[in-house]
Design a protein around this ligand. Sequence first.
Ligand SMILES: Nc1ncnc2c1ncn2[C@@H]1O[C@H](COP(=O)(O)OP(=O)(O)OP(=O)(O)O)[C@@H](O)[C@H]1O
Length: 635
Amino acid sequence: METEMLQKKQTLSHLPQRAPVNIEFQDLTYTVPQGRKGSKMILRSVSGNFRSGQLTAILGPSGAGKSTLLNILAGYKTIGAAGLVLVNGQPREIKQFRKISRYIMQDNLLQPMLTVQELMMVAADLKLNRELSKDDKLKAVSEILEILRLTPAEHTITNRLSGGEKKRLSVALELINNPPVIFLDEPTTGLDDLASSQCISLLKLLAEGGRTVICSIHSPSARLFSQFDNAYIVAGGQCMFQGYGQEIIPFLSGIGLTCPKHYNPADFIIEVASGEYGNEYLDKMSLVMDNGRNTSFCKPIDEEIQLGNESSDQLGAITYARTSSDNFSPYNYDCSIWYQFKILLRRFWIQTFRDSNHLIFKMVLYAVLGVILGSFYLNMGQDGSKAVFNFGFCYTCVIAFLYLPLMPVLLHFPVEVQMIKREHFNQWYGLTAYYLAMSFTTLPLHTVFTICYISIAYFMTDQPLEIQRMSMFLLICILTTFISESFGLMIASVLNMVNSMFLGPCLSVPLMLLAVYGIGQANDIPILIRIAMYFSYLRYGMEGLIVAIYGNGRAILSCPEEEVICPLRDPKFLISFMGMDNVIFWVNVIALIVCFFVFRLASFYFLRQRLQPNKTFTALNVIGRIVKSHFGITR
Ligand SMILES: Nc1ncnc2c1ncn2[C@@H]1O[C@H](COP(=O)(O)OP(=O)(O)OP(=O)(O)O)[C@@H](O)[C@H]1O
């Protein structure tokens, strides 16, 4: 074990030197609204001091406030929090702090369909200096994978990794540019004893390299606990103890409690903090610790680390950092939006094409739908007596291009938002680059699927075989698809999956109704509905399709001989009958393009507010929480 650790230390010695970052917090409180009961205080004026070069554990009974404290210290939660957080003695500048810290959350949300090495390379491309060669980046990646014992799983797809491997990969991804502060929420949850021990040894190693490593943890074994340099015990939102694990027994003796022999001191202090030995001890503990201000039980700090001594074996300069240019800035987005876009686009395309089963399934689905629809409206396109049915075909196309792109987005994007939140919070990329890369992946795919559907249904239904009409028809269908996807993104950027899946179809109903409302009775439409119709992109789509196939001087249609009266055979009359005489195809196309940009930009704006709410959205968020808790609908 000793040799193994030594080896690991040597391997880690390539990491670049960073200025030590000490975190101190004073009188932190966190309050949440509690409906008519007022508010609930989760953290009660706690203070503490977490130093660089030390591995700190935040411990406590379930519901004590560990994750809350971690979220606030990492800057992940700000609404409802008050108090002072100092970074190296200066008040924390949240934007700057986010650049030097990384937060590894409990649920290992990893980008699917990429191998471990590919995902690490994406992180390296985004986080390391652009001037580094691919080989240098590969070297850096393989060193980190080696340390985290992920080399055997290097070519495994992330979806297939074990829980422990996923956790280690989450750590590895954030280690790429050597952040000086690392927060981890329950890194050992779901791991067996050996994996937990290896995980904590790794964190200890990272701390020894001069980082400030803080993690919340549930009942660690005695062996695991002995690895921590600092234990911060919380109960009922207050600090019960802060200091070196070995100081727990003397501390408890001081307040009149003796830890039984062979008992894990961590278990014992948590039992005491849970109130199992009486509530009077809780008050005593909090009093002696001065709610976290008392640091007399803390382990002495490593002067070498605090001084950032270059001669330290574990802090030698990283080889690839040395090759970089002067403007190497490990804590900022090192690459331009364009460069981020290229990397993210590559990531999206690998993920999309690797999931070939899903792609084929979708393509087949569109084709089958084309065949089904084609057979419902078989050969009706040229038949004047079936013009009303053909109108139904156009409407069905519009509905198909509403739901087909909409539903998968409502289902999938809320989960994606959680991933974006993490990656963006940990400074992987800017939202613009992400959004552009996503759009340049999904929109071409939708175009291909739409062409696949139309090329079957259009021919089966015997629509006019004129290049111009076919292109116009296709253009409207593609634009409708794009808008529907953007409409879905707008909803899924704001809401969770359950609410998105409810709201999306709900909002689709008026859209579908407005698409055909009052057709043939255009003059009788009430003014309010007429205004609403301007906002239904499906209406523009519907009109566009009808004009594409019947407008522009289309010749009189044929009618079967038995149809004596066949008034809709004249396309001009048909268009007039539908109340679409005034429709200009290109105006509708422009309206659809405007709708596309409006929905697309709105979804981008909402997503941005979700990640970094401005003052208005923060205020709306607070009001929303108060209203929800007042009516008892907080989940
Ligand atoms: N938004 C909220 N509204 C109401 N109560 C909340 C909210 N957030 C947290 N709490 C409560 O605050 C307390 C502390 O939560 P937190 O998640 O920090 O606990 P924890 O110590 O991490 O627990 P565990 O170990 O079980 O994960 C819990 O009782 C929780 O129910």
